[in-house]
Ligand binder design. Structure first.
Ligand SMILES: Nc1ncnc2c1ncn2[C@@H]1O[C@H](COP(=O)(O)OP(=O)(O)OP(=O)(O)O)[C@@H](O)[C@H]1O
Length: 335
């Protein structure tokens, strides 16, 4: 268990982490998400005692990192896969680490097997590919068989096989009851891996909740309706108090309701339906929506172009209001 309480880090005038409160619990993969410069690495460094908090605290199993009797046995971390002595073989790199931490040689063999580096264990790690380097970094993190593991951007630059391997490893570690805390910018990957999310923006914790709850809270869902009679169907739906937007391709986006209810209305009115699809935001869209105000570095585009709604809103259609002024409760557009 990792517990941050009012955790704060100031660099000069810059508040990198701002009174952060969050908990990372065992038995699940917790994703740590935030835009560039949000404070993820600073937070991870403070958890590992590499940076000292300006105020507040963060503990590992109830105590600060520097008071852990055998740190490697309690928490293993992959922060920078390149932070390895390139002149040593993978095996010797791990052996040095093991000896320095009072761990038996058998653990070196165990983690080398676990990460699949057996065939190259005797080779200099300086010549390793990015994927092999990540595996070696993970082997080091797991050397002490710790109950807590932390990975900072573990899938950066990996090929699909490497990504799949890390995803399955993290899930397996969590299934064994370990605490797994992982930062990533790859939302699609996090959506597949994490059970719980801690989201940080400009140093502040914006969310600390289960993935499903996070998406439900921060997403927009609507029903996409295709009918050969959209002009007749749209006002009937709007009359129920549902927001209806007619799209350029003649489909309707209907908010505040469910497909079955729309089907019932169409049936009762004798109107044909060709499609009824519930469309929900992805994790990426939900994340963009939540952190829109916390992004430090924007690409050179207007706010409008940077709409957090992504594909779900692209081509957002003419509000029905302009075509059917009698329709009640029709809004211009969301946000
Ligand atoms: N040693 C430092 N000295 C001064 N400012 C720093 C230092 N380390 C980080 N910062 C600043 O603190 C803020 C948080 O940085 P941090 O690296 O923790 O963000 P991050 O979320 O990990 O970003 P990224 O996703 O880009 O890696 C940034 O504004 C950064 O410029």
């Amino acid at each position: 268990m990792i517990q941050a309480t009012e955790l704060t880090k100031r660099y000069g005038t810059r508040l990198a982490v701002d009174h952060a409160d969050f908990t990372v619990a065992p038995g699940k993969v917790t994703g740590f998400l935030g835009p560039n410069g949000a404070g993820k690495s600073t937070t991870m460094r403070m958890i590992l005692g590499l940076d000292r908090p300006t105020s507040g605290s963060v503990t590992i199993n109830g105590v600060p990192y520097h008071r852990l009797a055998a740190p490697l046995r309690e928490v293993g971390a992959l922060l920078d896969a390149k932070a390895v002595h390139g002149g040593r073989s993978a095996y010797n790199h791990l052996l040095v680490l093991a000896k320095a931490n009072g761990l038996p040689r058998s653990r070196v063999d165990a983690v080398i097997d676990l990460v699949g580096l057996h065939s190259v264990a005797g080779k200099r790690s300086g010549g390793f590919s990015l994927g092999m380097g990540q595996r070696l970094g993970i082997a080091a993190a797991l050397l002490g068989d710790p109950g807590i593991v932390m990975f900072d951007e573990p899938v950066n630059g990996l090929d699909p096989e490497g990504i799949l391997w890390i995803r399955n490893l993290m899930k397996a570690l969590a299934a064994e009851g370990r605490t797994v805390f992982v930062s990533s910018h790859l939302m699609s990957e996090m959506a597949l891996t994490a059970d719980h999310l801690v989201v940080i923006g400009l140093g502040r914790i914006l969310a600390d909740e289960p993935m499903a709850e996070f998406i439900a809270k921060n997403s927009v869902s609507y029903v996409r309706v295709r009918s050969p009679q959209p002009a007749e169907l749209a006002p009937k739906l709007a009359l129920r108090g549902w927001r209806v937007e007619r799209q350029p391709d003649e489909s309707l986006h209907v908010y505040d309701t469910q497909p079955a209810q729309i089907g019932d209305v169409a049936g009762a009115e004798g109107l044909w339906l060709h499609e009824l699809t519930l469309v929900q935001s992805s994790l990426e869209e939900a994340f963009m929506r939540l952190t829109a105000g916390s992004v430090e570095y924007h690409a050179g585009q207007s706010d409008d172009q940077g709409s957090p709604d992504g594909p779900a809103v692209a081509g957002w259609g003419t509000p029905l209001e302009s075509q059917a002024p009698q329709a009640p409760q029709v809004e211009e557009r969301i946000q």
